[in-house]
Design a binder for this molecule. Structure first.
Ligand code: SF4
Length: 172
C-alpha cells in the first residue's frame, strides 16, 4: 500500500490524477516532462478565474510539500475551480486526491468543485470506498508512468483540444 512518502517519491500531483481519467497517454507524456501544455499556465488561469468569480472569497492558496497546490476556502473545505465540467470525473478524482493527501497529514477537509460558468458548485467527501479506489488509481498511475513507452494514442472527441494532438496524430 502507498504511504505518504511514496506519493512524494512518485511526485503524483493533482494534474496527474486528472490526466489519468482524461487520457493515460497524456499522463505518461506529461509525467516524462513532454509538457507541450503548460500546467503552470493552467494553474494561473484557474487562479484568475477564481479571483474574478469569487472576488471577496477568503481563499488561501497553499503549496504542500512542493507537490500539491490547494485553494483553502474555509476551515472545512478546499476548492478547485474549473472552466467547464466536460471532464467532471477527472475533476472529482483530482479533488478526492487532494482530500486524501491532506488526510495523510492529519487534516480533514471536504471538497468543492466550482464551475462558475455553469453557476454550480459540487461538494464531495471521502468515503472508505473512494479511499480504496484512490489507492488503486495511484498505484496504476505509478505503473503507467513507469512504462518504457507511452500507451497507444486512441482518438477521443476532445483530442483536437489537447496540446499533444500533433504529437499523437501528426500522420492523419
Ligand atoms: S491527443 Fe488525445 S490521445 Fe493524444 S494525449 Fe491528447 S487526449 Fe491523449
Amino acid at each position: 500500500m502507498l504511504s505518504l512518502s511514496d506519493f512524494e517519491e512518485a511526485r503524483i500531483t493533482g494534474i496527474k490524477v486528472n490526466y489519468y481519467f482524461v487520457c493515460k497517454r497524456k499522463l505518461w507524456l506529461f509525467s516524462r516532462g513532454l509538457a507541450f501544455e503548460s500546467s503552470s499556465e493552467k494553474v494561473a488561469l484557474g487562479k484568475l478565474l477564481h479571483e474574478i468569480v469569487y472576488p471577496t472569497s477568503k481563499r488561501k492558496e497553499v503549496l504542500i510539500n512542493n507537490l500539491i497546490r490547494i485553494d483553502v476556502v474555509s476551515r472545512k473545505a478546499v476548492r478547485e475551480t474549473k472552466f467547464s465540467s466536460k471532464m467532471e470525473e477527472a475533476d472529482r478524482w483530482q479533488v478526492y486526491y487532494y482530500l486524501f493527501y491532506l488526510e495523510q497529514l492529519g487534516i480533514k477537509r471536504e471538497g468543492e468543485i466550482a464551475y462558475p460558468k455553469e453557476k454550480r458548485v459540487e461538494r464531495i467527501k471521502l468515503t472508505d470506498e473512494i479511499r480504496k479506489k484512490l489507492i488503486e488509481i495511484l498505484e496504476d498511475i505509478e505503473r503507467i508512468v513507469s512504462l518504457p513507452k507511452p500507451p497507444e494514442a486512441e482518438k477521443q472527441s476532445y483530442c483536437r483540444a489537447c496540446a499533444y494532438y500533433d504529437f499523437c496524430f501528426s500522420e492523419d
